[in-house]
Design a protein around this ligand. Sequence first.
Ligand SMILES: Cc1cc2nc3c(=O)[nH]c(=O)nc-3n(C[C@H](O)[C@H](O)[C@H](O)COP(=O)(O)O)c2cc1C
Length: 192
Amino acid sequence: MKPRILVAFASVSGNTAETARLCVQAMQHAGAEVIGPKNVRGGNASLLCGFHGVLLGAPTWGEGAHHPDFVPFDESMLDQLVPGALLAGTRAAAFGGCDRAYRHFGRAIELLEDRLLQCGAQIVQRGLKIELAHNQHSRAATSQWALDCLARITGEKSLQPYRPAMTTADVDQVMGISPQERSRRDNAGLMP
Ligand SMILES: Cc1cc2nc3c(=O)[nH]c(=O)nc-3n(C[C@H](O)[C@H](O)[C@H](O)COP(=O)(O)O)c2cc1C
């Protein structure tokens, strides 16, 4: 049986939207039936129901919070999916944009995971953080992350602990930034 997977996201400046697109492409290429990328802005959380797997993305905003545009969808999950644990039996993972200049680095991913768990879903692997904007390295890493997720949804791969969440060093690996390049940037006072 082909797994049916939804990729849903919110995005303000396009980073999380690109991650969602890359995930859809990678999983479709691998033969999965993938719905999306679906922008959840203004949507009802019931759209998450009825899939073997759900990949949900949102950027971190404010001080480690959701962007105001995503809050109504999060509240819809709380109101409509949590009471009956309507995502029981669904395997899920989270992703989103972030920036190390902020104290709560990519915290929205943990908020997404907590909410998905409350809805009854099972988190299959560590959430993917993409800092500010994709590059060639992070595009390839994202495709691999989505393929790993697919393998965990189908049971071909064992589940990965999703905490601790990705650190800035983990995200450097995703973005293809070596420790030497990171210290060069830090010493030069460059932004990420
Ligand atoms: C006002 C503002 C607040 C932000 N707050 C955080 C934050 O608390 N933590 C974090 O990791 N990134 C934060 N960011 C960075 C965004 O998450 C980052 O730019 C991300 O790539 C945006 O994703 P998007 O393009 O999908 O909207 C903030 C950005 C802005 C403009």
